[in-house]
Design a protein around this ligand. Structure first.
Ligand code: FAD
Length: 265
């Protein structure tokens, strides 16, 4: 029997674990999560409602919504598209709804529905689930497979290893991948929070606008915008969240304009 270890109990880890277990009945899949909770980011996703996917069913178009990797994602999205995502959840009893702007949510408006589905499906597929089991390091064995050192001092071994340890805040997974000879591309954000002190925006917290043009220097972008207000150093700060690829491409993650012009009539 092939022993597969998935490191990281987030959305990617769960989906990978389920796919591996379903693909080959002759393998034992174990999922190791370092923290005390699975899928904690899914819980807060989409403001607690979990925006499961987007109703953009042309795989080629779908790739253009990512800051990088238009080419790299072409093949994966042709094999498993947004349409397949909808079908996957609905086949497992999660009813979905499409909102006006194309975002797809569970009809319950609760990320718990998605979490329950993934956990149930993993269990039903025979995945062994472990919390408080972090992988500290991995070493390639001479004759194939991996030796893993865990953060509780234990060690274990597996034939196949899949790292699904999330984004840049968790350096652990990247370090393991690097130690095994992989090269890590520095991550870039696809959503930007712009902190501005424009007084005309202050009375409008919580507002989302589907089509806004943002200009910063020579850059111009259109896209959705969410406006939140929060306390920062005892000062009211307006935060605009804008998700546009070209800002990342231009390396403008440091961008923080202080003023924003009101819309012209
Ligand atoms: C506020 C917010 C809202 C969002 N809303 C949406 C949305 O509506 N729709 C959407 O599609 N996306 C949304 N996202 C993005 C989405 O949540 C992430 O892209 C997704 O959860 C990433 O999943 P992941 O499995 O790659 O990583 P993560 O969810 O980060 O999971 C990685 C897991 O690995 C564990 N781990 C790390 N290192 C180790 C180790 N060494 N050993 C063991 N375990 C380890 C971590 O504890 C973590 O649980 C949102 C994100 C945020 C922050």
């Amino acid at each position: 029997m092939t022993e597969i270890v998935i490191v990281g109990g987030g959305a990617a880890g769960f989906f990978a674990a389920i796919a591996a277990a379903r693909a080959d009945g002759n393998c034992q899949v174990s999922l190791f999560e370092r923290s005390s909770q699975f899928l904690s980011k899914v819980r807060i996703s989409g403001g607690g409602r979990c925006n499961v996917t987007h109703a953009l069913f042309d795989p080629r178009m779908f790739t253009t919504r990512y800051p990088r990797g238009e080419r790299e994602l072409n093949s994966p999205f042709h094999r498993f598209s947004a349409d397949d995502t909808v079908g996957w959840f609905e086949a497992r009893g999660v009813r979905l709804k499409r909102e006006e702007d194309g975002r797809v949510f569970p009809v319950t408006d609760s990320s718990a529905t998605v979490i329950d589905c993934l956990v149930q499906e993993a269990k039903a597929s025979g995945v062994r689930l472990f919390i408080r089991k972090g992988v500290e390091s991995a070493r390639l064995r001479t004759h194939g497979g991996f030796d893993l050192k865990l953060d509780d001092g234990e060690s274990t071994a597996c034939d196949r290893l899949l790292l699904a340890t999330g984004g840049c805040r968790s350096v652990g997974g990247a370090e393991i991948a690097r130690s095994l000879g992989h090269t890590i591309e520095p991550p870039v954000p696809s959503l930007f929070s712009l902190h501005v002190s424009a007084s005309w925006l202050r009375p409008l917290p919580g507002i989302s606008v589907s089509d806004v043009q943002l200009s910063v220097g020579k850059l111009r972008e259109r896209g959705p915008l969410h406006h939140a207000q929060r306390n920062q150093r005892a000062r009211r700060v307006t935060t605009l969240r804008v998700g546009r690829p070209s800002l990342a491409r231009e390396g403008l993650s440091f961008l923080a304009p202080r003023e924003l012009d009101p819309p012209r009539e």
